[in-house]
Design a protein around this ligand. Structure first.
Ligand SMILES: NC(=O)c1ccc[n+]([C@@H]2O[C@H](COP(=O)([O-])OP(=O)(O)OC[C@H]3O[C@@H](n4cnc5c(N)ncnc54)[C@H](OP(=O)(O)O)[C@@H]3O)[C@@H](O)[C@H]2O)c1
Length: 328
């Protein structure tokens, strides 16, 4: 094992800066992974912007990245699994590095035949979408509405819902051109927002009943439109705020239907709790990955050398799917 490695840092400008730092050592409960590929998330763009001193950011340096895939090179005391040499994919702050230090509970095994470029793009989607479905109390046979279903994690959500036995998946996009993408992912009904009224379209598609579960990635008035869409006693879980975090909602829609409304933000959960969410995603969702029923949509594969291009593509919101960085 080398003594130093390349890692990408934010906080020195609009883009990430490569720096040589010591290779980490695994403490109790931790593992070190030789990362081969890492994937970008919207949170990476927010972190860069918040820290960029040139545009009023904090200028505080931090290790960038969250998702990664590679092979385990060291395990700390008390770690029975994974073992050295095992291929894993996971999430931890500071994943844009040649060697990634992670909590052993925050990785999943990479199924045979799945390359690192795809594996690194899965953990956030798997744990978030499966975790949100569990928070909603989803059961096989139920119907699920997924807004912004063409988003990277929304697409994983459509596939996981079907793999878990959803009776009906209704998926939204703002673009009619993306209808086929959603149908290929397993959506039974596609709602093109802007062309169709979301609430009415959901009620029409469910014979006026409404869905059992709604996973909202958009926020704003889309979240408000989700509230009249479930059955009485159904659940609405806010996962993302691609539009805005503010929403004006009709409390009657919520109260009369006795809805269960929740929000999830797994990046802010305690390590043990996140470990449980990841362990649960390691059951049926991981089996569905192994059976090629769940795949991430990859937009671009770049490298640490072209990370500025990757950051620009992330900020532009032009990507269709995940942006992946190969690790040198
Ligand atoms: N809760 C958690 O733990 C967690 C974890 C990860 C991510 N998130 C959040 O989940 C959301 C999705 O993340 P992602 O990385 O998968 O997103 P992404 O891949 O960047 O999603 C892009 C797609 O979302 C749709 N979209 C973008 N802006 C929109 C808007 N204003 N209104 C409606 N649709 C819009 C567009 O699809 P169309 O053009 O097809 O409409 C776009 O192609 C983000 O808000 C992210 O911060 C939450």
């Amino acid at each position: 094992m080398p003594e130093t490695m390349t890692a990408l840092f934010g906080g020195a400008g609009p883009d990430w800066t490569p720096r040589q730092v010591p290779v980490p050592a695994a403490g109790p409960g931790q593992i070190v992974v030789r990362a081969r590929a890492t994937a970008l998330n919207n949170a990476d763009a927010s972190m860069l912007a918040d820290a960029d001193p040139a545009s009023g950011g904090t200028g505080k340096e931090y290790r960038a990245g969250y998702e990664f895939a590679g092979e385990v090179t060291a395990v700390g005391a008390g770690v029975a699994a994974p073992v050295v040499g095992e291929r894993v994919m996971g999430t931890t702050p500071g994943s844009f590095a040649q060697y990634v230090l992670a909590d052993h509970r925050h990785v999943l095994p990479v199924p045979e035949g799945l390359g690192y470029e795809e594996a690194c793009a899965l953990p956030t989607g798997l744990l978030t979408e499966h975790g949100a479905l569990m928070v909603a109390g989803f059961r096989p046979g139920q119907s699920v509405l997924i807004t912004a279903a063409t988003s990277s994690i929304g697409l994983i959500g459509v596939q996981i819902a079907k793999a878990l036995g959803a009776g009906q998946v209704i998926a939204t996009t703002r673009s009619a051109a993306k209808r086929d993408l959603l149908v290929r992912a397993g959506a039974d009904t596609v709602v093109v927002t802007g062309e169709q009224d979301l609430t009415k379209a959901v009620l029409d598609a469910t014979g006026g009943q409404g869905v059992d579960v709604a996973l909202d990635h958009v926020g704003g008035q889309t979240f408000a439109a989700c509230l009249p869409a479930p059955i009485t006693g159904g659940a609405v879980v806010n996962v993302g705020r691609l539009d805005t975090a503010e929403s004006t909602i009709d409390l009657d829609a919520l109260s009369y239907r006795r809805l269960r409304v929740a929000g999830v933000s797994f990046g802010f959960t305690q390590p043990a709790e996140l470990g449980s969410v990841i362990a649960a995603a390691g059951q049926t969702p991981l089996a569905a990955v192994a059976a090629s029923r769940v795949r991430p949509l990859i937009d671009t594969i770049l490298s640490f050398d072209t990370s500025a291009e990757a950051a620009e593509r992330l900020r532009s919101h032009q990507a269709h799917g995940k942006i992946v960085l190969l690790v040198p």
